[in-house]
Ligand binder design. Structure first.
Ligand SMILES: [Zn+2]
Length: 153
């Protein structure tokens, strides 16, 4: 790596922020369109992670493995993927009998978390999804410390 490169030509690496829907891109060779491209970057030792962290990417120095040449790079937008959230879902039998099934799911939506919980409960109880009902949903994963079904039977 050359030492003559200044930070004026560098692109600051932005931290990844928790957004609703993460924007995704790919970096592609401007000549052949391939994604076998590498960039020169500066790294800085991070004492907390005990790893080299990229502190700057030099956008003037892309190399394409497909072209075996120095090339410029185009950024191409990809279809966004929905951010996943964790839901804790409580499921009971639709007839109100029996115990409560509690499970945590990573899902893009509440509806999808309920669908996953009903499917897992049906599998665990060897039951049919149609005979089950969602009792409630809590955002995030929880740790059950105590559960007493006997008081209600
Ligand atoms: Zn190329």
């Amino acid at each position: 790596m050359t030492t003559t490169t200044t930070t004026d030509t560098a692109t600051a690496v932005a931290p990844i922020l928790g957004t609703e829907v993460a924007r995704r891109v790919e970096q592609a060779c401007a000549r052949c369109g391939g994604t076998d491209v590498t960039m020169e970057a500066a790294v800085r030792w991070d004492i907390n992670s005990q790893e080299w962290q990229v502190s700057a990417v030099y956008d003037k120095s892309a190399y394409c493995g497909g072209c075996s040449a120095d090339v410029s790079v185009d950024e191409r937008e990809l279809a966004p993927t929905p951010a996943l959230a964790t839901y804790t879902v409580f499921v009971r039998q639709a007839n109100g009998q029996g115990t409560t099934h509690v499970s945590a799911h990573e899902a893009p939506s509440l509806v999808e978390a309920e669908r996953l919980a009903l499917a897992e409960t049906a599998a665990d109880w060897n039951d049919d999804v149609d005979s089950l009902a969602v009792l409630g949903v809590i955002a995030g994963d929880v740790e059950l410390l105590s559960w007493d079904d006997d008081s209600w039977s």
